[in-house]
Design a protein around this ligand. Structure first.
Ligand code: CA
Length: 503
C-alpha cells in the first residue's frame, strides 16, 4: 500500500479497509525509563524504538490502579477496578462472566488468543486459545496452563511466550481477523534474566537517580512508612545472592558462572550504608534491564513475523506495560503510587494504514481506553458502561478539543505487599491532588509537577495554591461522581468493614 499523506484520506482508507488485526504485546512492570524511545540511556531497546519510529509514542499514558491484576482487568473490561470488581492482587477473583473486549471481538468474528501472564485467578474467557502462566509464573522452565491442561516448557519464559504466540499466528485461520494478547512476565520482580544476557552491561556502573537517597521529608506517613526501598526491602533473593530454584544443572552452571564470582567479591567488600545501596542498585539494574532486553527481542520477532507474512499494513500493534515502575527513584523499586514513575506506563502504537510514523502524543490517555480503542478499530459499537475513551482520533492524528484534561486514580491494596496506603486522587497536566485514607491515615497532598517534577514536596497547605486546591477538589468530586465511585471503600464493603474512603 502506498504511503498515505493526509488525515481525511487515512479515514476514508480505514473505513473501506478490511477489519484490522490487533496484536497487543504487554509486559509486566516495564518502566518508561527503560525504553530508548522514551529517552532512556540505561539500556538499548532497538525493537521498541523501531516500533515508535514507525508509529505513535504516547507520553502520558496513565493507569487507573497501578498494580498487575487490576491493570489487566481494566484493559479487558474498559472499566475502573470498582466497576470490574478486581480491586487488588490479594483479594478476590476476576469475574470472567462479565462483558470484555476479547469477548466482543470474538463474537464479531475475530479469532482471539491470550498467551503468557494472565494473573486474574479465574480462567480466561473470550479466547479461542489460551496458554497462561499460573499466578506470577516462573522465569525459567515455566509450567503453563494450556486451555486447562498443565504443560511445562523448557527455556526462558519471554522466549516461550513469544514462541507460543507465533505458533498460534502461524496456525490461525488466515481468512479471519485476529486479536493476539502476548503478555510477558518480564521484567517483573525478581528480575531473573535470560542466561544469554548475563553480563550484558559489561559490569557498567549505572547513573544514580537524583532521589535515590530520598528521606521523604515534605510528604506524609504513607510515603515514609512504605516497604519498597532498595535499602530495606530488596531481598538476597532479589539480589541474586542465593541460587534460584527450577533451573536445570546446565542452566545453573551458566547462572553461577556469572553471579558466583561477583557475589564472592561483594561479600568480601563488607559494604554498608550508601555504598551498599549503590551496589544493590547496580545489581538491580543489571538484572531488571536484562529482562527488558528479552521483551524488546519479543517485539522484534513479532514485528518481523507480521512483515514477512504481509500482515504489517493492516495490523494494529500495541506495546504497553501494566503500569510504571521505580528504578531507584525515591529509593524505591515496585509501583502502586499515584506518583509519576508508577502512574505512567509506556504506550507505543504502530498501525501503518492509520498512524503517522514517528508521531508523539502528550494527551492524557489510559489503560482504561484500550478496550474502546480496539472495539472502534474493529468497527464495533462500544458498550455504554465502559469508562474510557477510544484513542482512534488521536491515532489518526487529530487533536479533539474535548479530550480529557483530568484523570482519576485509585489504589486499594492495603494491607498488602510493600505497605502502600490506600489512596485516590486527580491528575492533570500540571497538578496532582491525592488523598491517603485508612484507619490511621487521613491526609491530602498536592503536587505541582511544573515546579516539582520529582514530587518531593506537597504544597497542599501553601496559601498560594489555595485556589488550585479548591479547583482540584471540585474536579476530584466531579470525577468520582461521573465514574460512580462509592463513598465506602469497596474492598472494605465486601469484607463488611466500616473503613471507608469518606472525606
Ligand atoms: Ca505489574
Amino acid at each position: 500500500m502506498a504511503m498515505i499523506a493526509c488525515c481525511s484520506q487515512i479515514v476514508a482508507q480505514q473505513s473501506s479497509a478490511k477489519r484490522p488485526n490487533i496484536v497487543f504485546v504487554f509486559s509486566d512492570d516495564h518502566a518508561y525509563q527503560a525504553i530508548g524511545a522514551y529517552g532512556s540511556k540505561l539500556v538499548e531497546t532497538p525493537n521498541l524504538d523501531g516500533l515508535a519510529r514507525a508509529g505513535m509514542r504516547f507520553d502520558r499514558c496513565l493507569v487507573t490502579n497501578s498494580i498487575c491484576g487490576p491493570s489487566r482487568a481494566t484493559i479487558l473490561t474498559g472499566k475502573y477496578s470498582h466497576k470490574n470488581g478486581f480491586l487488588t492482587n490479594n483479594y478476590g477473583v476476576f469475574d470472567g462472566s462479565q462483558t470484555t473486549m476479547p469477548k466482543l471481538l470474538q463474537s464479531a468474528g475475530y479469532q482471539t488468543a491470550m498467551v503468557g501472564k494472565w494473573h486474574l485467578v479465574s480462567d480466561p474467557t473470550g479466547f479461542d486459545y489460551w496458554n497462561i502462566l499460573p499466578g506470577q509464573g516462573a522465569y525459567y522452565n515455566p509450567p503453563m496452563i494450556e486451555m486447562g491442561n498443565k504443560v511445562t516448557y523448557p527455556g526462558y519464559t519471554s522466549d516461550i511466550i513469544t514462541d507460543l504466540s507465533l505458533k498460534w499466528l502461524k496456525e490461525r485461520d488466515t481468512e479471519k481477523p485476529f486479536l493476539l494478547m502476548c503478555q510477558h512476565k518480564a521484567p517483573h520482580r525478581n528480575w531473573q534474566p535470560n542466561l544469554k544476557y548475563l553480563g550484558h552491561d559489561n559490569d557498567r556502573s549505572y547513573p544514580e537517580p537524583a532521589t535515590l537517597f530520598d528521606d521523604y521529608a515534605g510528604r506524609g506517613k504513607a510515603e515514609l512508612e512504605q516497604d519498597m526501598t532498595i535499602v530495606k526491602t530488596m531481598s538476597r533473593d532479589d539480589l541474586k545472592l542465593v541460587e534460584p530454584k527450577g533451573l536445570t544443572p546446565d542452566q545453573l552452571e551458566k547462572w553461577n558462572a556469572y553471579y558466583q564470582p561477583r557475589n564472592e567479591a561483594f561479600e568480601k567488600l563488607g559494604l554498608t550504608g550508601k555504598d551498599l545501596v549503590r551496589w544493590k542498585y547496580n545489581r538491580y539494574m543489571h538484572d531488571y534491564l536484562a529482562c527488558t532486553k528479552s521483551v524488546d527481542e519479543s517485539v522484534g520477532r513479532i514485528v518481523t513475523f507480521l512483515k514477512e507474512n504481509g500482515l504489517e499494513e493492516n495490523t494494529l500493534i500495541v506495546y504497553a506495560s501494566d503500569q510504571g515502575f521505580y528504578l531507584g527513584e525515591h529509593g524505591w523499586f515496585d509501583k502502586r503510587w499515584i506518583f509519576e514513575e508508577s502512574l505512567r506506563t509506556p504506550l507505543i502504537v504502530k498501525w501503518p494504514s492509520v498512524v503517522k510514523p514517528g508521531s508523539t502524543n502528550a494527551k492524557i490517555v489510559s489503560n482504561v481506553d484500550f478496550a474502546e480503542t480496539f472495539l472502534e478499530a474493529a468497527g464495533l459499537p462500544v458498550p455504554s458502561d465502559m469508562q474510557g475513551k477510544s484513542l482512534m482520533p488521536l491515532l489518526r492524528g487529530e487533536s479533539p478539543t474535548d479530550w480529557r484534561k483530568s484523570f482519576y486514580y485509585h489504589y486499594y491494596e492495603f494491607p498488602g505487599a510493600h505497605s502502600v496506603r490506600k489512596h485516590y486522587g486527580v491528575v492533570t497536566d500540571r497538578y496532582k491532588l491525592v488523598r491517603f485514607y485508612g484507619d490511621d491515615v487521613n491526609y491530602s497532598e498536592l503536587f505541582d509537577l511544573k515546579t516539582d517534577p520529582q514530587e518531593m514536596k506537597s504544597v497542599h497547605d501553601a496559601p498560594e495554591y489555595s485556589q488550585t486546591r479548591i479547583e482540584l477538589e471540585t474536579e476530584l468530586a466531579r470525577l468520582r461522581k461521573e465514574l460512580e465511585v462509592t463513598e465506602q471503600d469497596p474492598v472494605e464493603a465486601r469484607r463488611g468493614g466500616k473503613n471507608g474512603a469518606k472525606k
